[in-house]
Structures are given as structure tokens and as C-alpha cells.
Design a binder for this molecule. Sequence first.
Ligand code: HC0
Ligand code: SF4
Length: 586
Amino acid sequence: MINLTIDNTPLTVEEGTTVLEACKQAGIKIPTLCYLENIQAIGACRVCLVEIERVKDLVASCVMPVAEGMKVTTNNRRVREARKVVVELLLSEHEGDCQTCDRNEDCELQSLAHDLGIKELRYEGEKAQRFQDHSTAGLVRDSAKCISCRRCVTVCTAIQTVSALFPQSRGFKTTIGPAFAQNLDTVTCVQCGQCAAVCPVGAISERDQIDEVWAALDDPSKTVVVQTAPAIRAALGECFGMEPGTLVTGKMTTALRNMGFDAIFDTDFSADLTIMEEGTELLTRLKKALVDKEDVALPMFTSCCPSWILFAEYFYPDMLSNLSTCKSPQQMMGAMVKTYYAKKIEKKPEEIVMVSIMPCTAKKHEAARDEMNDSDAQDVDIVLTTRELGKMVKQAGIDFSSLADSEMDAPLGLSTGAADIFANTGGVMEAALRTVYEIVTGRELPFENLHVSPVVGLEGIKDAEITIEGTVPEWSFLEGVTVKVAVAHALGNARKLVDKIRAGEAEYHFVEVMTCPGGCIGGGGQPRITTDEVRKKRIAAIYAEDEGKTLRKSHENEGVAKLYEEFLGVPLGHKSHELLHTKYYK
Ligand code: HC0
Ligand code: SF4
């Protein structure tokens, strides 16, 4: 352990701790624009300057390790002035059209300038050349806003192992982006938006589609249907100053109704539907492998995360047959709304506008994929992130906090707790196991004990083994079989896991992959900034939502049962194949 003093207060911290982290432990907030937790700091922005006794120059605290007897001063005139100059210089190069910027009031540079008491711009710097990138469905980039903090580069390389972004040139000429200043669509960007989630300014953000939704709501010839993803309900409140992890399902529903949506459905419903299809697909693959001795692709990978699909298409094209053919819940809902529901309300698919609210920027890409039109129209028309919904509620002048709760609409608004937990890493796996176990054994799992604890939590790669005992006759080939499952979140972890599987060093039957750290609760479209503390609060809220429901298994969803009875037939049947399954491209 290392003893030091910070602002004359003695402190003992572990060896290897940085001065910035030690300050955090002492309850002192050091400003920074480039630091990211759990990742090696790079000291790019120089805002976190502190004074250290006997060191001539001020030092960047994020890269300075503590030392025995060190005396740190975080707050004196010299430190305050130096930080101010650093931020003033950043402002001098930054395109500061704050009033109209996407990040107005959500910008770390803007609030830092305010906190440091900057009242005038003393320096006139050379502005970066403006280059805007609108090449992808999910994201837009604006080089004039970029302050070269490199957070996006770090996340894309260290966490996602995609390495789509690089710093190029030097000094004033530094630009951040794909190699040779190309657009994002020329590289293997998976549109996860983790770069946009950590960007302190407006240099990379989701494509704003709010006006498209207002236009649809204003069009009397359109029926506008909305679906909300599992992870929104534990995060949307943050847009209105609520604590992370505040559940706002009822208020969100009321807000959507007040804004004029004709029907409010739950992506949870189609998550339950996904489990029926994906669970059946897993059992079918296992039967083919174990009974028919067919050469079937195992393990089966989940397919509900669109960035994971792009990642597999770019980096593992030889393993696409391992991906479940199930469309994601977002796309299943779109296809059901524009066929089953359209028939019920006697509308043509093109008379319906299907809007999704997702915690994710890649869902914009997924909805726009050419093949996602099995209803004879694009199945999902517009996707908004959680952040965009927050803005839309504000544009409507709705006082979100004071809204009463209300319920989503029948028939596609019904859901179980199994669907809620899709939002958390490990949740899709747990939801699938709850259903598959009951189908195979014919026995009910105890209601109080449904969590598969080895796949719960923030560890990057998790696995579990479940030995099946006491099967019903139809699934007797699984008697005594130990089913091996694994879960990975963040693409760097997924890469490690898939590489092991591909090399024959690990064997599993079923693998869940979610792109964003923590799963969808940490999605690229969620309110900023998502730290581990925030992730844990959102995860706890989602499990609480599940535990508070009377129905907690997807096969108990009566709406889903009715959908099969009235329209689809059976899981993996002809109609399901046509509307709920998809294919992938090398
Ligand atoms: Fe997710 Fe989903 S759980 S990917 O994170 O499966 O975005 O919340 O909506 O589609 O349900 C996101 C979240 C979804 C889908 C669901 C899945
Ligand atoms: Fe990298 Fe994801 Fe950003 Fe693309 S969206 S540049 S993959 S972090």
C-alpha cells in the first residue's frame, strides 16, 4: 500500500493507483475529457492537471502513479488557471455552435467551461476542417466538433477490438476517424455507438430521426405504432434527472400516448416470441446433432444484437451458420405489426409506420437492412435511441416526472419477466434456459429461484453447465446430457470466446453475445455517461422488474400463445420461417 497526502489529507491506496483514481477515492473530483474507467489512461486532454511537491511542472493525474510520501495539490490558483487555459485552447479550436448542437446541455466541454468559470474566449485558434460523415444508418460524425480526446479510438480498439477509428496527422491537423479520412461505411464499423456514448462533445452521435417521427404522427393517413426495448425503462428517467436504474415503464407509456402514438407495444412481447423460436431452434439443432448424427452447426449463437451480427459477418464469415436464424425481437415485432396486427385493424402494411425506441444505434442499421421487409413493406421504419426519446418528450413539453403510469396496449404489449432481462448481459441465456428446461423436463421451475447465477453480472465471459434429468418422452435423448452455455458482452470478450470455440479449445451448445458492456442496458444510445456504477443500477432495476411480475417465463405469455394459435401455427413452422427468421451475408 502507498501513503500520500492529497490537499493535506493523508490517504493510503494500493500500489499502481493513479493520482486521479486516488483523488476519486478521497472524494475529490478531477475534471477530465479523455479518461475512461477500466482502461489504461492516455493523458490526451491534459485537463486533469495537479501539482505535486518537488515536481516542477504540473502533471496529468490520470497517467501519474502514486508514490510513497507524495504530496498532491488539486486546488490552488496555479492548477485552476492551468486547467482553464487547457480548456480555453480546446474551445479555440472547437466549432462552438452550442445552441444548435446535438449535445447542448449534455456536453462535457460546455459544462467544464462553465465549471471552470470561463466567461470569454481569450484565444483564437485554427478551427479544424469540417468533414461530416453521414454514410451509416446509425451514426453521424462531425470533425469540426472533435477535440481529439481519443475516447472513441480507445473504446473501439480496446473494448470492441474493431479498430475502425485512428488519430491521423499531428498538432492542429489531427483528425480522428477511419484510415485515410474515409467514411465509416468503408471500414468494419459495427455501428455499436460505443464511441458516441463516450464522446464528450458532438463529434459522433446517433443519426437524429426525431423529425421523421413527428412527421409520421402529423400525417392523418398513417397509423403510428411504437415499440419500446427492454433496456429503455431502466434508463430513460436519466434524461429527466432521475437516478440511474429508476424504472419508468408506466410514465414512458403515458408519454408516448400523450405524444399521439396510435398503439404502444412492447419489444418484450417479441422477446418472448424470440425465446419460443430460438429455444425450439436450439432443441432442433441438438436433436439433429445427438440423434440424427447430422453435421449441424453448434454452438448456436444468439442473433438479437445487430452489431454482433455485423461483427460476425465481418470477422467470422465462416461461422455464420452458427448464428440462430431468428430475427431480433425488434424485427419480429415489426413483422408482426405489419401482418398480424395490420390484419386485425384492417390496414395495409404501408399505412402503418413502425417506430422503435432502442438503447442502441445499430438498431437503426438493422431496421434498414434490405432483407428486413417480409411484411411486404420495411418491417421497422424509424428507430430512435433512448436519448432521442428523451429529447422528443422535452420537445412535446411533457413534464415527465409528474406523469401517471399507464399500461401498454393489447395484444402485443403483454410480456413476461423473461423478456425484461434480455436487457442485461446473460439475460437472453437465462430467459431461454427457463423455457427450454420446462419444455424438456415438463416440470415447473421454482418461481422464487429462476436466476442462473453463473451468467449474471459484469464479468466479461461467463459460462454454466446444466445437466438435464427427468425428461418427457419427446426429449428423452437429452436425458443426462450436460448442456454447456456461455455468455460474452463487449466485442473484445466475444472475440476471445469465439476464437477459442473456432480453435476447438472450448465446447458449448449455446452462446449469448451482446456487443455493449453490460448488454443493452449499456447500449450506445443510452443516456451518457454509462459507468459500471450506472450499469449495476440499471441491471438491478431490470431484475427487479422481472421479479415483480407474476409471469416470468416466455412460454407463459398468453399473447404469444394466442399469436401462434391465430396466426403463426407452431414455432419454426412455415409462417415463422417466412416472417421471423432471416439470413446473413459474408
Ligand atoms: Fe436490446 Fe433486444 S435486448 S437487442 O439489447 O434480443 O437494442 O433493450 O430491444 O431486438 O428484446 C437493444 C434492449 C432489444 C432486440 C430485445 C434482443
Ligand atoms: Fe467503433 Fe462501434 Fe464506433 Fe463503429 S460504432 S467506430 S465499431 S465504437
